[in-house]
Design a protein around this ligand. Structure first.
Ligand code: ATP
Ligand code: MG
Length: 200
């Protein structure tokens, strides 16, 4: 399974609907400082529910909504809504139909060779709202999390290596570093279960 497209709409610096294509093997995004490269990754983490607001460089969820006066510390009127859609190719059958149906809580998920996960945040005068959609069906964060976990994508995982992570990994002790390998290889899960069994 891999990302084929990310659509940002009113998210951070993306005031206009912006479609970013991703290739199967390797995609490089280049641009001057502050042009929004990292915001694309923030968008992916936001849509997939993989990071807390701090992890995507915002104090609160509504800071993620496009604001033309952002750099001047001003907040403008106008529509207060942001959305990011992550389109995943499931052509390799990483997830089977029943997993998608169960996460979406509906048979009505269309062709599951393509999975779209969308998140929307809306701000009103009194409050803000966050919505997730799976192939167009409204779902909860836990549904998204469970489905992604079935495909090996988890918040604790190293599917996304953030700026600073590399330095952190270099500064780890060899023992801590092996922990990462255990995590990636899927061994850590069994270690935890083994420990739990011994405790019983
Ligand atoms: P670098 O090369 O320095 O890492 P980058 O291309 O990764 O830069 P980003 O960090 O993605 O840049 O983008 C930062 C820009 O996004 C800043 O100019 C900031 O003002 C803008 N930005 C962040 N949040 C918002 C927002 N809510 N509304 C408008 N612009 C925003
Ligand atoms: Mg950056």
């Amino acid at each position: 399974m891999h990302i084929t497209e990310v659509v940002l709409d009113g998210f951070k610096s993306f005031g206009r609907t912006t479609r970013i294509p991703f290739y199967e093997d390797f995609t490089v995004v280049t641009g001057p400082n502050g042009s929004g490269k990292s915001n694309i990754i923030d968008g992916v983490l936001f849509a997939l529910g993989l990071a807390r607001t701090r992890g995507i460089r915002a104090k609160k969820l509504t800071d993620l909504i496009y604001n033309p006066g952002h750099d001047d510390g001003e907040s403008a009127g106008g529509p207060k809504e942001a959305s990011v859609t992550v389109v995943l190719s499931n052509e390799d059958g990483t997830l089977d139909r029943s997993q998608v149906v169960s996460a979406a809580g509906s048979e009505n998920v269309g062709d599951v060779s393509e999975i779209t996960i969308k998140r929307r945040v809306k701000e009103t005068e009194e409050n803000y709202y966050s919505y997730y959609y799976l192939n167009g069906r409204s779902v909860n964060l836990s549904d998204v999390r469970d489905l992604l976990a079935a495909a090996g994508v988890t918040p604790e995982g190293y599917n996304v290596v953030m700026q600073g992570d590399v330095t952190e990994i270099i500064n780890m002790t060899p023992y801590q570093r092996r922990g990462i390998l255990d995590e990636i290889a899927g061994v850590a899960e069994f270690d935890e279960k083994k420990e739990a069994a011994f405790e019983e």
